[in-house]
Design a protein around this ligand. Sequence first.
Ligand code: ZN
Length: 139
Amino acid sequence: MKSYREELYFSTPHRRDYINITDKVESALQKSGIKEGLCLVNAMHITASVYINDDENGLLQDYDDWLENLAPHEPIGHYRHNNTGEDNGDAHLKRQIMGREVVVAVTNGKLDFGPWEQIFYGEFDGRRKKRVLVKIIGE
Ligand code: ZN
């Protein structure tokens, strides 16, 4: 069995951003040389997510509105976590509901997606350098 590991880096311009990283994961898969196996992609920070859904601008805005309704960034003092001196209590909750990781089957050297599936990095406390892990195993 072969395995391949790569870290992707992101420093988003906004506090919250939704970035299609499918091409970056496909590039890692090409480098791995793996034709049949599994590809794990996970955020390495507890205020960011990796998830799969459609790359459609209305949907991306819907996610952001929905998450802000569920866990508004402000007022900062609304979150006990922010008593630590941080201001990202909302970002921890947003990450929890959007998930930590995705696993995609690798078939014939390609990510074996369903219709419209794309891999996204969801950032909820950005404007600093953060990492995503890609781990691919198979043969
Ligand atoms: Zn925090």
